[in-house]
Design a protein around this ligand. Structure first.
Ligand code: PLP
Length: 419
């Protein structure tokens, strides 16, 4: 049983330590707390004692995260060959991996099929009939699961409500017949659905209704002949400081009630819940500009470091760790990218930032580094993992040479000798 608090707020991080990290490793900097990753996993696992809890690697594929979770007993759900490879490099037994194929490129299917050749425990989940045809064409007859489109989507933004998006999964009504067909050619071991992401308490009823539909379908298809029914991830975390945490115990009861009796192991695959509050970004203020409309605070992190505000209008808490006691003042905080989307906050009361102050941007563990990019040819920042009183670099800061390498190495690149 885990006694870790259900949420870690930005104010709970040790500010002096954060300032030391910023000074030692420079900013922007991702700061990961693997102990918090493990605690979040243990809390989730304890709430669903009869289920298998896989971690959805897509939220954060860092090796420090994956190995922490593997050590804690989690299995890993992967959505691409890169994630499969990363999970194996972090120590996962390929026989325990589940690969959820979404419009899979040939290279990904080739990799998964080859992997399954030596590791027959690997499961491949298809969300389009084409995917099963392509598996058969590769001579694959191993373990498969069907991804269902339950026709109900939930989540914090329309771009994550996958459960009703035609892109994801086999239409609900088609599944029983497809299951019969697949049983002729494969080992059909499971059904799968992922309804949405960032679901908080007010949406749990809708989410549970969708999961109930998935369980109904499993019974129709024959749950006794299935090994598992995978109900996906989607469990939300409070991004706003005044938002209450998910009542996980209550959610588990609602979900279990909606699922009903099932003669197959339920699986869940949370991503965000496990990593979101286990990482923050440190960034340094480089500009403070007063305008008639707003006080604009410029920082060295940008949408290339954390794209969620630009992509999903996501709220991330921000704290001035250099001077948390200064009077708060409404400011806009933005980075160095030449787009008005590169804004972390607008009209947000923050302890009045001054140049050289270090700000922390919280809840950056899920889809943070994972969606980082090189816009403006910016090298991606380093990531450090705190470890007791120490810290270790788990991803080094990219260099300019990293950014230009693929161009410099290209077969048609000009010979630098003759430049
Ligand atoms: N499983 C699947 C198939 C997903 O697509 C996702 C997220 O996109 C997840 C699990 C994890 O969702 P979350 O991070 O909201 O728990």
């Amino acid at each position: 049983m885990s006694h870790s608090p259900p949420v870690r707020r930005l104010a709970d991080w040790d500010h002096d330590r954060l300032l030391d990290l910023a000074a030692e490793y420079e900013t922007p900097l991702y700061v990961l707390d693997p102990d918090r990753v493990a605690a979040n996993y243990r809390r989730f696992d304890a709430a669903f004692p009869d289920a298998e809890v896989m971690y959805a690697a897509k939220a954060h594929t860092g090796r420090a995260v994956l190995s922490t979770l593997l050590d804690s007993g989690a299995t890993i759900e992967c959505a691409a060959r890169g994630e499969l490879k990363r999970a194996i490099e972090a120590g996962a037994d390929p026989n325990t991996l589940q690969y959820t194929a979404v419009n899979p490129p040939d290279a990904d299917l080739d990799y998964a099929v080859e992997l399954a050749g030596d590791n027959p425990g690997l499961t491949i989940t298809g969300g389009a009939e084409d995917t099963f045809d392509r598996l058969q064409a590769r001579g694959y007859d191993g373990r498969v699961a069907i991804r269902i489109n339950p026709g109900i989507g939930t989540g914090h933004h329309e771009k994550v409500a996958t459960g009703k998006d035609a892109k994801f999964g086999i239409p609900y009504e088609r599944v029983p017949e497809l299951a019969d067909d697949l049983r002729e050619c494969f080992d059909l071991v499971g059904l799968h659905a992922h309804v949405g992401s960032g679901v908080l308490t007010d949406e749990v009823e809708d989410h549970a209704r969708a999961l109930g539909k998935v369980a109904d379908l499993a019974r129709e298809v024959g749950d006794g002949d299935l090994e598992f029914v995978d109900f996906g991830g989607g469990f939300g975390v409070p991004y706003r400081e005044d938002e209450p945490p998910l009542d996980l115990q209550g959610v588990a009861e609602t979900v279990r009630g909606a699922i009903g009796d099932l003669d197959a192991t339920p699986k869940f695959e949370p991503g965000r819940y496990i990593v979101a509050d286990a990482e923050l970004i440190l960034t340094t203020v480089n500009t403070v500009k007063e305008t008639p409309e707003a006080t604009v605070v410029g920082v060295d992190a940008s949408l290339s470091t954390l794209i969620r505000p630009a992509m999903f209008d996501a709220y991330h808490p921000i704290r001035n760790v250099s001077a948390p006691g200064r009077d708060p003042e409404p400011v806009s905080v933005g980075g160095p990218c030449c787009t008005s989307a590169d804004v972390f906050a607008t009209d947000r009361p923050i302890s009045r930032p001054e140049r050289e102050d270090v700000l922390a941007i919280g809840n950056a563990g899920a889809y943070g580094y994972e969606l980082a990019n090189n816009f403006h040819s910016q090298p991606r920042p380093a990531e450090v993992a705190i470890d007791g009183d120490g810290a270790r670099v788990v991803r080094r800061r990219e260099t300019m040479a990293d950014v230009t390498r693929v161009e410099a190495d290209a077969p048609g690149a000009p010979d630098p000798e003759h430049e």
